[in-house]
Design a protein around this ligand. Structure first.
Ligand code: ADP
Length: 497
């Protein structure tokens, strides 16, 4: 260590979605914010992601063509353009192949296994061919990038630019693993003749699992909260991968995500009808009134307004919400939901919207601006998730003085401190079990505080708003991980800003 060189580690951050260019969920937020924080913390970082057809034209117009080459993908030789955009001081590289990526949505196509195997291979080719993409650490995220550590080890170790590259794989949601029939092994991955890869990629007799490959091939594994890192090692949460997580527990860390505190700031948020901060919360009352009006809810400051924003899937605990809806309505609680997802949930929330008129409203849409107004206008933010690797929305809600009601799992457990009625401590409310009555009880307890103890309520709001959810801490922890992979490089500086 004493003989090490002091320099910035070069990190290539690979993700299938990056805000503001592409986003379907929390991964896009993370990939849009964490690299910037890493740069501030003292890394030399570039981000690589697909050039989707849905990237807004204003960004496409600013992209510069760096180079192009052909990527070997089993028997194919596939065109790959590299486009670069420097945005807010950070270098973003886009993998260009219109046949794979010029489509309306990011995922959900018949050939996703091929599209993202190509993306992973293109990342490796880029490291080997494009000087400005050479790196010390390749940081991959979720199954769409999972084959990159596998390809790197199996095909690229002889290439000087790749030989020293270490890999870290971050699990943002273990539910999505990239599983395909074993035909892909030969036809797409070109790994049928590589026994080590074949053995490690199989997850069932005829199934290939991309994420399993990354979990076994990467030098380090991380996930997005300490509690989820523990949960992944349990059968209930591990989705069949728990044995691997237990085996690799020594290489597994949990680092709680942050949020973009500039974008999510009630004092400056341009989407709000009124701004506010911890010193003066009066703007929040106007946000609530305007939100009730926008949703067609009764404009009554005395009614607790409970909001939910997110994907309408089973993971989010929506069965509990459906089950409790009648009871909540009977107690005079207002509910507003924004989300898209499984038709079954979309339909049931539309039904409640119809049934309960000015007490319940559901917007089946993806609407960023409206989400801002909901975080600000709500009193409570409900997240009864079955599992939640980190969850960003509860942190955003707290920043807006909206108290989260969460199940104690994953990042919800790590970011929300439950209300203690004796000491007044807390930043929200929580319950332990996947049980609808327990959830409703917890939510109604929160409403009880809202109705009967405005002083304690305000104190909780201020405590929630005072929490530091910036990316600083997480960036420092990631940088420590990267440096542990290159002990010969001394950390450049603790922090430049
Ligand atoms: P997940 O990654 O499981 O989808 P997160 O809580 O980590 O959940 O992140 C969800 C992100 O997507 C948040 O920024 C949230 O505001 C946003 N989001 C989800 N659904 C919608 C929607 N229907 N409209 C607007 N924003 C949404």
């Amino acid at each position: 260590m004493a003989d090490g060189v002091r320099r910035k580690l070069r990190i290539l951050f690979a993700a299938s979605e990056v805000k503001p260019f592409s986003k379907s969920g929390g991964l896009g937020d993370v990939a849009g914010s964490l690299p910037r924080a890493l740069k501030h913390a003292g890394a030399k970082i570039a981000v690589i992601s697909p050039k989707y057809g849905s990237i807004p034209q204003e960004y496409v117009d600013q992209m510069k063509h760096v180079t192009d080459f052909y990527v070997p993908l089993s028997w194919r030789s596939v065109y790959c353009g590299i486009e670069k955009l420097t945005y807010q001081g950070l270098d973003f590289y886009f993998i260009d192949n219109e046949a794979y990526f010029k489509r309306d949505a990011l995922y959900g196509y018949f050939d996703d296994g091929e599209r993202f195997a190509f993306f992973a291979k293109a990342i490796c080719e880029s490291i080997s061919k494009v000087e400005e993409l050479e790196c010390d650490v390749l940081h991959c995220n979720d199954w769409q990038t999972a084959m990159a550590p596998v390809f790197l080890r199996e095909f690229y170790m002889q290439i000087p630019a790749c030989a020293h590259v270490k890999t870290i794989f971050s699990v943002h949601n273990v539910l999505f693993q990239g599983q395909y029939s074993d035909k892909v092994l030969n036809d797409i991955l070109g790994l049928a003749d590589v026994p080590s890869a074949r053995d490690q990629l199989y997850c069932a007799p005829q199934a290939i699992n991309y994420m399993k490959g990354a979990l076994l091939y990467s030098d380090l594994i991380s996930t997005v909260s300490p509690t989820y890192a523990n949960e992944l090692q349990m059968p209930f949460y591990g989705e069949g991968m728990d044995g691997i997580f237990r085996r690799r527990a020594g290489s597994l860390s949990g680092i709680l995500n942050g949020i973009d505190t500039v974008e999510w700031n009630p004092a400056t948020d341009e989407f709000l009808p009124a701004n506010y901060d911890a010193k003066d919360l009066s703007g929040k009352a106007e946000c609530k009134r305007a939100l009730q009006e926008e949703f067609g809810l009764r404009q009554d400051p005395e009614r607790p307004l409970v909001c939910m924003v997110g994907r309408l899937t089973k993971q989010k605990g929506l069965d509990l919400v459906r089950y409790s809806m009648n009871a909540l309505m009977a107690r005079g609680v207002q509910v507003a939901i924004l989300g898209t997802g499984d038709k079954d949930y979309e339909d049931s929330f539309k039904y409640f919207d119809w049934k309960y008129g000015d007490m319940m409203s559901a917007r089946i849409a993806f609407d960023g601006a409206l989400s801002h107004r909901m975080y600000a206008g709500a009193d409570l933010f409900l997240m009864p998730s079955e599992f939640e690797p980190c969850g960003l929305t509860q942190m955003i809600a707290m920043r807006y003085g909206t108290l989260p009601v969460v199940r104690e799992t994953g990042g919800l457990r790590d970011s929300v401190q439950p209300y203690n009625q004796f000491t007044g401590e807390g930043t929200g409310f929580s319950f332990a079990n996947m049980n609808a009555d327990e959830m409703a009880g917890c939510l109604l307890n929160a409403c009880e505080v809202f109705w009967t103890n405005q002083e304690a309520w305000k104190q909780l709001q201020l405590q929630a708003m005072a929490e530091d959810f910036s990316w600083r801490r997480a960036a420092d922890e990631y940088l420590d991980l990267y440096h542990s992979l290159h002990p010969d490089v001394i950390r450049y500086n603790k922090r430049a800003d």
